[in-house]
Design a protein around this ligand. Structure first.
Ligand SMILES: Cc1cn([C@H]2C[C@H](O)[C@@H](COP(=O)(O)OP(=O)(O)OP(=O)(O)O)O2)c(=O)[nH]c1=O
Length: 201
């Protein structure tokens, strides 16, 4: 039987996989360098990150790897001007990102990569997000909740950040960190179907 490992520390990614009935184990792996290369387009960056995470996860597997699959993912927010917005380092960076996103329609890119050692298949999904206009008081109150700090673009649409968003155009799961349609298509092709019975999970 194929064993799926999720190379991710994100609780959201684990919740999403669980939601659609895919059995997996969490896998700890050494972090990767998440620096954007000079001139690297957002689409290339997010795909490269997902692929490096899946590969690093594969390299961290115990020796008995027969029929193992490792899933890695990455999410990044791209501002209306094309800037890549990752996770903020501090309050001032979080506030600056939210100021940049205020009143704009921006993209959230999520890439996913499935590694079986010799083969690796990956894809990127996009969802457009329209933010309402945010004033300084609202930005300060939202940052003070602490929610922005482990999230690309400094917001979580699944949490308090729902009140910052007017409209989504694309799949919700893509914004939360794991594009479920694309992920499950990759998994199905590798012999791991969704909607498995609770005993398999
Ligand atoms: C925009 C947005 C991002 N996010 C999260 C998803 C990702 O967890 C995070 C982006 O950081 P990532 O670097 O993609 O992932 P991570 O560091 O959380 O986890 P790992 O690399 O171990 O898999 O932002 C939300 O939860 N909600 C949102 O609305």
């Amino acid at each position: 039987m194929t064993r799926l490992y999720l190379a991710s520390a994100s609780p959201r990614r684990a919740d999403l996989l669980q939601q659609v009935g895919v059995p997996f184990q969490r896998l700890d792996y050494p972090g990767i360098d998440e620096q954007v290369r000079p001139g690297e387009p957002p689409q290339d960056y997010v795909l490269r990150m997902a692929e490096e995470k899946a590969r690093a996860g594969w390299d961290a597997l115990p020796a008995a790897r027969a029929a193992a699959l490792v899933l890695g993912a990455d999410t990044t927010v791209v501002s209306a001007t094309g800037a890549i917005l990752g996770k903020p380092a501090d309050v001032s960076e979080a506030s600056a990102m939210l100021r940049q996103l205020s009143g704009t329609r921006h993209r959230v890119l999520s890439a996913v990569s499935l590694c079986s050692g010799s083969a690796q298949h990956s894809c990127v999904a996009t969802t457009w997000v329209q933010f309402r206009a945010l004033d300084e008081a609202l930005i300060a109150r939202y940052v003070a909740t602490g929610e922005p700090f482990d999230k690309a673009g400094s917001y979580g649409v699944q949490g308090f950040g729902a009140l910052l968003v007017e409209r989504l155009d694309g799949n919700f799961s893509t914004v939360v960190g794991l594009p479920l349609l694309e992920t499950c298509a990759l998994l199905e092709a590798a012999g791991v179907p969704a909607w498995q019975s609770p005993e398999a999970l």
